[in-house]
Design a binder for this molecule. Sequence first.
Ligand code: SF4
Length: 249
Amino acid sequence: MAKKAIEKEGARRMIDHAPRDGAKDPRELPKGESLDARKARFQKIFVKLHQEYLDARCALEFSNAYELLAATILSAQCTDKRVNMVMPEFRKAFPNPKSLANAEPADIEDVIKSTGFYHQKAKSLKSMASDIMDKFGGKVPATMDELTTLRGVGRKTANVILGDAFGKAEGIAVDTHVTRLSGRLGLTKNSDPQKIEQDLMQLASPKQWTLTAHVLILHGRAICDARKPKCSQCIVSELCPSSGMKGSV
Ligand code: SF4
């Protein structure tokens, strides 16, 4: 694929993109399992994963909601580690929404280049900051309805900001790992992120919503790999209907 086409495809997928690598995974609820039984099974899974990942939290480093918003946009199609490396310079160059909204796109691109898809990301960052200035007086809003009016911000990003920067759980951030694991674990039969979110919100208590995303992401990275899930080492294998699935080790 030509470079431009690759960039276009990447840009289409980068902001609150529909997760892809879970698409072929099992997405069935265990036969005959009632909602109450699934809730009870989810609670056992949650407790085990929380014990395993005691310090589960957002892997992006930030000191306020604006920085987390910028870091979340930068993290599309990029590792959190790389974003954390870029953030100190970003913070220095664009310390607040005003400086980012007024910045030249080329200057933003210079700083964020190593995170990939930097043309599109620079545009998204500038638009997001302009919206914060124009609609919210320079302050990152703290509700789902307001956050999702910012350009480039969908429910997934808004859930991250609300949960991790404001300590408010209004939903569950569904990324590629959460999509894959919730399907394999038989917690949802849906592949649409919003429907997955609704299914998970039925199983977890509101207090567990933010942490649910974090522990599923960590377990997805460490054990429940997209291509080769390590079912033989998995602490929730007894609770997982996909344990021993094709391709697992
Ligand atoms: S048992 Fe296998 S498929 Fe199920 S969560 Fe664990 S690693 Fe993933």
